[in-house]
Design a protein around this ligand. Sequence first.
Ligand code: HEC
Length: 128
Amino acid sequence: MASTTARTALTVCFLWVATALPATAADIARGAELYRKCVSCHTLEANGRNRAGPRLHGLFGRVAGSVGDYRYSDALKGSGIIWTEQTLDAYLKDSEAFVPGTKMYGGLSLDQDREDLIAYLRAAAGRP
Ligand code: HEC
């Protein structure tokens, strides 16, 4: 009984510390490092080539599957997704779960990795 109480108190204390910590700021430089996982298939420049995946220039606010000279899966093309921090986060976390049938296999499981990468993309992908 006493140990259960102690454990509960510890858990409560831990949760309090976890929520009291300020959210870690996204680290763009770290995001740039993480982007190296993407360069084999994607470019970021305005007239960047499509590789195995479409160019990502102007990604934010873009409708998924809308780079005209790239052949998407029907799944992504018909998804109706608009790329924002939130939708990108879900796609990068588990692309197959978010868009069943997508051609991109992706899974960045760490929240901080996705946050940093998305901050980098925000800075580097430019406007549509
Ligand atoms: C092995 C190749 C490959 C890698 C590595 C890869 N992708 Fe992709 N990506 C693709 C393909 C293929 C598609 C098109 C998916 C479809 O049509 O279903 C795609 C699509 C996308 C889209 C949707 C673009 C649009 O126009 O709707 C985003 C965003 C994206 N990838 C981001 C990333 C990021 C960020 C990374 C790095 C973490 C990454 N990808 C790594 C192949 C890749």
